[in-house]
Design a protein around this ligand. Sequence first.
Ligand code: PLP
Length: 398
Amino acid sequence: MADFLTHLECSKTGEVYESDVLQNLSRQNVPLLARYDLEKIKQRVKKSDLKGRKANMWRYEEFLPVREPACKITLGEGFTPLRKTDRLAENIGLQQLFVKDESINPTGSFKARGLSMALSAALERGVNEFVIPSAGNAAGALSAYAAEAGVKAHVFMPNDTPSAFILECEYFGAAVNLVDGLIDDCGRIVQEKKQVHNWFDVSTLKEPYRLEGKKTMGLELAEQLNWELPDVIIYPTGGGTGLLGIWKAFTELKQIGWVSGEMPRMISVQAEGCAPIVKAFEEGKTSAETWPDAHSIASGIRVPGGVGDFLILQTLDESNGGAVAVPDEAILQYSNVMAENTGIFPAPEGGATLAGLIKLKEQGLIDAHEKVVLINTGSGYKYIETFKKKQTLKAEAI
Ligand SMILES: *Cc1c(COP(=O)(O)O)cnc(C)c1O
């Protein structure tokens, strides 16, 4: 298999770390980023080489960190459809609107990409016991890949996590722990337990390779749009790996000359009940404060704080993008609107991107002619209880 990964880099200081051994955060307690010999990729790989490769995220192997084929744990994740949603676009008053439909990934969310990659890379580096704090989808994905690999997963989730997530983890054979608190409380418990038990921590951005899995969304977007990047990408932001991954993909593609011209504006959508990035963005800050009393039905973005806040804000700034908060009522309403107009049953987080788009459009921050991509990060089928609770809320005309 191709080997273009050269090293890891501290996202704050640029300090170099070895990529052949297990790593979590840098000495500064910030994420490590995977670096490749892009010059060599540029010389050796052509866009046309992708033709005929399997329709999953591993088709971009030169841009990925796993070398040993036997360590590649795959359930067919990635290469999800980029749906051109003309009726929805017309109703909103846009000419070109796309939904990247991550709901069809194994275990029903884009978390499959990151955990397939992180688990594979960690197996290659000798790990066989994993731990994760999660709002649900990450735990389900880790559990599924651990089941396929035949290794042990320990998952820690808030006790109000919808039951589909809890059940799937149990069925996949993971050790399930429910915590009276939010995902950051789960994270604190994981911090203690992993040391005692010597478990490998695959928390968001606390090891370098989930990000590389999420990066494949950006590689796919570029390939699926025939290497012409969109104008705007709207992403439901929790810990931010997806947003950072997509941006990392575009940056690498630009460096090897596969894409050119304007980069897309990256937009973070959060729930009004938990919007640390939106608040920091609006205040012009370079880092975010932990959000007190976080609440939202969109549990995947109910993330009060994380280690990647400064990187998310940097990306929003660099891309000339933005951040917008939407209320839970709008999240439900627009999940419904997306479903009715596209046949996609989105996770509430996916509905949030449409609610965010409507708000930005009303504020004049997106023009009718612009090419916009919404990232529907997961499937609504796992949130049945959430949707049921609010069933009475029917979408009004857009
Ligand atoms: C985890 C998750 C998110 C947030 O992803 P981050 O990478 O943490 O920003 C959004 N939507 C869904 C469905 C999720 O499971």
